[in-house]
Design a protein around this ligand. Structure first.
Ligand SMILES: [Zn+2]
Ligand SMILES: [Zn+2]
Length: 339
């Protein structure tokens, strides 16, 4: 095996384990540096102790390259592989039923991989489709896409879809739900997208009543299809408390307008919390189980959400990303027709 492939594998496993971006980048950069160099040439460099002279190759990465060249399995790789892979537990059947993922980011906003890399990684996981949902303009720290950049992205996706068919990248956006409940993108552009995830990213500590109004207004918007990470909580590191809203009104609105509530699979989010997910089920809301991946390896997080869906008793037919792409798109298009 060429050492670049092993470096790529390590980078993807690091992403899965939520490692800091600089660490992942070190492996991706080293992989790119050596990708086009023949193994014999790398062997000569290793023998001369000169692997470190390659730009982008550092201590850890040079050790991995050397080990692969010696025919060994690098320790760095075995350690990462030994770390528990995301396990769907009782949600195994749900995971098997998933045909796609409806929330993902590319390097057009704050993701670490290109659209093509994300799409091929999703395809390699067995998916039929991946919704590309980069951030919207007001999320400046995440390089949210202006209307102009999103229009450009639509052309790029159209081109990639020709190459990747029958796999399909669904056009989309994760739009901010602004303070007044409106969506952070031009209406006619939202109307063009296959799928829109609407999420709160600002003023998360708003009092319950205006937050409820804000979220209900967003779900009433015909362009919104999925309510992203509804409480905004963070359960790792310093953490972040849940936003407060009236779940009956918000999930009632999702049910009324036939929108899906997202089960966000990011290990630091796992949103909604179980007690709210149980309410989602009793309101008979549709659900989407999404990775919210910002890197290729993070697409592997869906089992976390499948486990939670199984625990809460979400019926499989209510999970919109178990549907065929055409059925999914009929459902999102029906929302737009209400406009
Ligand atoms: Zn992001
Ligand atoms: Zn988000």
């Amino acid at each position: 095996m060429h050492p670049a492939e092993v470096l790529d594998q390590i980078a993807t496993l690091l992403e899965r384990s939520l490692a800091p971006a600089y660490k992942v980048q070190a492996f991706r950069r080293a992989a790119d540096t050596i990708r086009d160099r023949p193994v014999e040439q790398l062997e000569q460099l290793a023998k001369a102790g000169r692997l470190l002279s390659l730009s982008g190759v550092g201590t850890s990465t040079s050790r991995v390259i050397a080990e692969v060249l010696e025919g060994k399995t690098p320790k760095y790789l075995t350690n990462l592989e030994a770390e528990a892979a995301p396990d769907a537990g009782a949600g195994g059947e749900i995971r098997t039923a998933l045909r796609g993922d409806l929330h993902s980011h590319s390097d057009w906003s704050d993701g670490g991989a290109t659209i093509q890399q994300m799409a091929t990684a999703a395809r390699d996981l067995g998916h039929d489709y991946l919704a590309l949902t980069d951030h919207s303009p007001s999320l400046k720290i995440a390089r949210g896409l202006t209307a102009e950049r999103l229009r450009k992205q639509l052309d790029v996706v159209a081109g990639l879809n020709q190459e990747l068919a029958p796999f399909r990248i669904l056009t989309g956006a994760e739009v901010d739900i602004l303070e007044d409940g409106s969506l952070d993108q031009e209406d006619d552009l939202l109307a063009e997208l296959d799928l829109v995830v609407a999420s709160v990213h600002s003023k998360l500590r708003m009092p319950e009543q205006p937050m409820t109004d804000r979220m209900v207004a967003a779900m009433a918007n015909p362009h919104a299809d999925v309510l992203g990470h509804c409480t905004g909580r963070m359960v790792r590191g310093r953490g972040r408390p849940e936003s407060t809203f009236d779940p009956d009104l918000v999930f009632g609105a999702c049910a009324h307008f036939d929108k899906a509530v997202e089960i966000n699979c990011r290990p630091e989010r796992l949103d909604p919390p179980m007690r709210l997910l149980e309410q989602v089920v009793s309101w008979k809301c549709k659900v989407s189980i999404d990775s919210d991946a910002h890197a290729m390896g993070q697409l592997e997080w869906q089992p976390y959400g499948c486990a939670r869906a199984a625990e809460a008793g979400v019926p499989v037919e209510r999970i919109v990303n178990t549907w065929k792409a055409d059925d999914l798109l009929d459902w999102t298009a029906a929302h737009g027709k209400a406009a």
